[in-house]
Structures are given as structure tokens and as C-alpha cells.
Design a protein around this ligand. Structure first.
Ligand SMILES: [Zn+2]
Length: 406
């Protein structure tokens, strides 16, 4: 896949087999999408400079004023679409859990491994021990894998430190990634409330999050979002709400790991506190679905995690048909979805969750952008939006998720 050009001069791609603008999705704000909403322009052209899209339309209608700009012909063999957005990842951590995965496949449950001090605690130990440099090298390699798959914006959460110092260290890594890879957009999220550390009481850790880490993350400008894991055995609905309200007061945007292993009505909490997204939703209730349908909160579905844990998928059709906005992301993490392959998640969304072509397109473009507060700049390919698009190595968008796990 080619990437956007970095020269500051105006240039154009012409004779793209299709240019997918996503205009219909934008007009519907990501709700009740059908396949026509991807806004297909056959034999299309895109004029852009280093910052913004300047013109989009059929190659035959390229305005006179752009006739002399540098042009690259795609010979009607390659399509162009907005850069993909992976809106939910746990990119920063150290250590491997391959051995635990092998045990899990042989019959040991995720919970049994966690009870033995494995699972997330294995990753917390490795992440605490790792230097900033090591964590950065690991995260950089992972980001480049995403980039090669067409991802241009990636959300990265902390949450494997579970102490003040390590959480800050992980968010510092994202800051370094922003500098190292300016061709990608990194959105950082503080997820201190990912699990309960073993070396502190829950009440102590909550105090640390609320009174120490959150204010310092804000002061240092290390994260745009605050996320919490509300689930059985993790943080309760009221604890989650306490953290999110404190974060909102400080100016953070909000996300929730909601209704994943059990139904806690945390999707409804996400709508109530006006979170940008409620993520997972495997066990969302009908009331939760109704709440999201009425709210701007994006339902972020992570089918790779259901696949990896052999769990039932989120009720995507019910959520979509109720009128909610739906994003698709990888949930890349060392325990429950060790994959950075966003196109594979699109394949699972089609096959396992019954999503149509337009819904899948919206899930990795407009709606994913909305879940990160970026929908006025990214996720749509129209004049005035960021010069953030990908040239695909094939003629049609649907090839991207037809190719399973390529
Ligand atoms: Zn997650």
C-alpha cells in the first residue's frame, strides 16, 4: 500500500479504479449505513497537498487549475480510501504470553491462568521491569506493522503498569511514537483502571488514580482520553463512574471497556457520561443498546477478542439496526487478541457479525474517527479533510476483507 506523499506542493492521484469518499456515511453521521454510503467515484482523482485534501472527483472532471500539478496515474488498477483507523489498542507492553496461549489452547481457562498469577499480571511484571527505550522499540515495531496494513491513526492505551510511575512511562512511549512516526496519528489513552494491582488495595489504587496519576497525566499532556475497565472482578460501575467524572472534570475525553465478560450496564454509563465510545459490548443489554442508539457514543466492536477467547460475538446487528454508530478495532493486546490486523477484524465483522460493506467501511473510517473525536479531520475523503488516505493494492475496497488475514 502506498502512503500519502510528504511534499508540500500540490499533487494528484488520477485514474484510481475507485475513490471511496465516505460522504454518505458522513451525512448520516455513521448511523443506518448501507453500501451506497461509501461514496464510490469510479475512475476517480484526488488532489492534495501535505496537509489537506483539495479536490476529489472523477478524473475526467479534474479542474483546469490542477491540470499542471504533478500527477500519478493508478491506471484504474488501484482504489483510494481514507486512511484506516484502529481505535482501540493496547500497543504498549513488554513480555510474551505465548506459553499461556498454548496452555489455554490445551484446555486451561483464561481465569485459571489469571488465578495462578498469570494473565495480565505476567504482562504487568514485564512492563514494570522494561525500560522506556525497550517499550518504545516494541511499540514502534508494532505501529509499523499496522502502518503496512493501511492504518494511519491508532489509539494506544496504558494499563499494564498499574502503578503511577509505570503508567506514566507507558504514556511517555506514545509521546515518543508521535515524534518518531509523524506519518501516523497516535491518540493516547490513560487506562490505569485496567485491573487491580496485587501490591495495593483497590481503595489505595483508586486514590492513586484519582488524586495522583490522573492530574499528573493531564499536567504533562500525556493522554487525550481516560478509559476504565468496568466488569465483574475489575472495577464496579460506581467506581468507573467516579474515575470518569473526575477525568472529565480535568478535561479528558472518555472511553469505557463495557459489558465484556458480564453485563454491568456500563454501556448505559458510557452514554450517560457522554463517553466517546463504549468498547467490547459482548454482553450489552437491550437497554444498553437503546442508550447507545440515542447517544453520540460510538459502539466499538472488537471481534478479534471474541474469536481469540472463543466467546460469543457482540450483537452487532441489533446495535446497528437500533441506529448506533459502530467502529471496528483490533483490541491488540497480549492476552485476549494478539493481532494488529485490522482487515482481519473486518473479515470477522462480515462473517461473524453480519455487517455489510458500508458498515465495515464506516467502522474503520468515519465511526472510528468519531470514537476518537477526529471525525471533522479524518475518516472521510473530501476537500478540507486531512491528506490522510491510502492507495490500495487492488481495485475494490471489499478485497481488503475478502483476503482473510493477509
Ligand atoms: Zn481493550
Amino acid at each position: 500500500m502506498a502512503q500519502k506523499k510528504s511534499a508540500s506542493t500540490v499533487q494528484a492521484f488520477i485514474h484510481a479504479s475507485q475513490v471511496y469518499t465516505g460522504e454518505g456515511i458522513l451525512l448520516k453521521e455513521g448511523r443506518m449505513i448501507d453500501s451506497a454510503d461509501v461514496g464510490t467515484i469510479p475512475d476517480g482523482a484526488v488532489v492534495f497537498d501535505s496537509k489537506k485534501i483539495l479536490w476529489v472527483g472523477p478524473t475526467s472532471e479534474l479542474p483546469l487549475k490542477y491540470k499542471s500539478v504533478k500527477k500519478t496515474s493508478l491506471k484504474n488498477k488501484q482504489a483510494i480510501m481514507p486512511g484506516l483507523i484502529d481505535s482501540h489498542t493496547h500497543l504498549v507492553f513488554a513480555g510474551s504470553r505465548a506459553h499461556e496461549f498454548a496452555r489455554r489452547c490445551a484446555g486451561t481457562t483464561y481465569q485459571e491462568i489469571a488465578n495462578e498469577g498469570g494473565g495480565i499480571l505476567t504482562t504487568v511484571k514485564s512492563t514494570r521491569e522494561a525500560s522506556l527505550e525497550t517499550l518504545f522499540e516494541l511499540a514502534l515495531k508494532r505501529a509499523l506493522i499496522s502502518y503496512r496494513l493501511g492504518v494511519r491513526t491508532i489509539e494506544c492505551k496504558s494499563g499494564y503498569g498499574l502503578d503511577h510511575q509505570t503508567e506514566l512511562k507507558c504514556l511517555e512511549v506514545v509521546k515518543h511514537l508521535k515524534q518518531a512516526l509523524p506519518q501516523m496519528t497516535f491518540i493516547s489513552t490513560y487506562l490505569g483502571a485496567h485491573a487491580i494491582p496485587t501490591d495495593q488495595k483497590k481503595s489505595q489504587y483508586l486514590d492513586e488514580i484519582l488524586h495522583k496519576t490522573l492530574p499528573e497525566v493531564k499536567k504533562k499532556g500525556l493522554a487525550e482520553f481516560c478509559d476504565v475497565f468496568v466488569d465483574e472482578g475489575y472495577f464496579s460501575l460506581s467506581e468507573g463512574e467516579r474515575i470518569l467524572r473526575a477525568a472529565k472534570k480535568l478535561g479528558f475525553k472518555l472511553k469505557i471497556h463495557a459489558d465484556e465478560m458480564g453485563n454491568t450496564e456500563s454501556a448505559r454509563l458510557a452514554a450517560k457520561v457522554e463517553a466517546h465510545s463504549a468498547d467490547h459490548l459482548l454482553k450489552i443489554s437491550d437497554k444498553g443498546i437503546q442508550a447507545l442508539a440515542k447517544a453520540d457514543t460510538v459502539a466499538t466492536l472488537l471481534p478479534g477478542t471474541a474469536f481469540y477467547l472463543k466467546a460469543a460475538y457482540a450483537p452487532a446487528r441489533k446495535i446497528l439496526d437500533a441506529g448506533a454508530r459502530v467502529a471496528i478495532a483490533t483490541d491488540f493486546n497480549p492476552g485476549s487478541c494478539y493481532s494488529l490486523n485490522l482487515p482481519l477484524m473486518m473479515n470477522l465483522s462480515a462473517l461473524q457479525m453480519g455487517m455489510n460493506l458500508g458498515e465495515i467501511f464506516a467502522g474503520v473510517t468515519y465511526s472510528a474517527a468519531a470514537s476518537l473525536g477526529l471525525e471533522t479531520r479524518k475518516g472521510t475523503l473530501l476537500p478540507g479533510y486531512d491528506s490522510d488516505f491510502v492507495v490500495l493494492p487492488y481495485e475494490h475496497f471489499e478485497e481488503m476483507y475478502y483476503r482473510m488475514g493477509w
